[in-house]
Design a protein around this ligand. Sequence first.
Ligand code: AMP
Ligand code: GLY
Length: 428
Amino acid sequence: MKILVVGGGGREHAIASALSRNSETRIYSVMAKKNPGIARLAKKICVAKETDVARILAFAGETGVTHAFIGPEAPLEAGVVDRLSAAGVACVGPTKAAARIETDKAFCRDLMTHHHISGNPAYRVFHDMADAIAFVKDYDGDLAIKPIGLTGGKGVRIMGEQVDLAGAVDYIREINGAVVLEERLIGEEFTLQAFVDGAHLIPMPLVQDHKRAFDGDSGPNTGGMGSYTMPDHMLPFVSRKAHSAALSIMASVVAAMAKDGYPYKGILYGQFMNTADGPKVIEFNARFGDPEAMNVLTLLSSDLSDAVTGITEGTLSASKVTFEHAATVCKYLVPEGYPAAPRTGRPLEVGETGDAILYYANVEERDGRLFTLTSRTLAFVGKADTLAMAERIAEQAASAVRGSIHHRRDIGTQALLDRRIAHMKELQ
Ligand code: AMP
Ligand code: GLY
């Protein structure tokens, strides 16, 4: 298989790395910044904007790739899958129309409503600023305020957490009133990702991501500071019943999309809030999560190239996709000041990494040295029989890096897990 990986972050390094375990698979890459990890695995790279569909198409033609794996959402929204498919390249990733499950928050909520799929919070879609503001002022309780389009994961404001009523009104003005307002959900978040071939879903291990920048879930929201999985592929605050409810919501969404004429092929990412009333959908993403991809792809023990064929040909089979029964902990190192004012161009020195797996993200390599850029820099994944051991492996490698960077020390620790479990018990 000759496959083009689009994207240059930690997620795409994990995708390329899993693909490279099959020695027959040839990897090509288009990325906005040269990711040193991906560059080492690829036969040829093209440094270009990931939304530059014409460049991507030309590079695919030049290299003769048969397949493409789209990492981030922006190229999906730009229609890269529609164009590559028309040129005969089989893609892991939905068409522009199907990617609206992520790129258009109103589309996602309305699709679930029309097809009577459970899991929606109470919500309303607004296109008029005055109407949206009037609704917030009248509403008795807290709301989540979501711009309708893509925001890079940083666009949601939660009343009672990040903004008060006045702040909510200001924010709706700032985004011109095109907004989904929904009931604020209370519970514990989890991520369920699945391989999808248009009709069948194969679930991956559950992951918990950590959005806040600092320990104890404090500080601003980020793209995700790190994540963990458990040896049984579950999470201690998600029951079997809640897990199957979440999977059934995702299967219903895939069936609804096929029925409506835009079948979904690729990775479907469900972000859920496990509430006292069961799992509710926070959002869907039309791609792997970053960092969640690094957890599950480190565990994938079957061939990712096989899954690519299954997705693109509509022949996915659960018996051919396997994950190791181990725990993983992923910790991202980010520049000091990230996300608001990241210190860029600062040197980094990787220390003793032990058994940790290093995934490169937004980092520059110059004359054999690493420098920070604006976003998440490097990630370390620890994999072991127990969560405690996996955490220690990731933590030791992360804390051995020197430079103007920081990471969360609490991700994957028992203390943090105990808090999640206690919170869930209290709600029930
Ligand atoms: P998103 O950009 O949609 O991933 O949202 C960012 C974060 O906002 C999520 O990880 C949740 O913590 C939070 N969030 C989004 N929607 C809701 C909601 N309806 N209720 C409570 N929290 C939410
Ligand atoms: N980790 C959240 C995301 O990839 O959107």
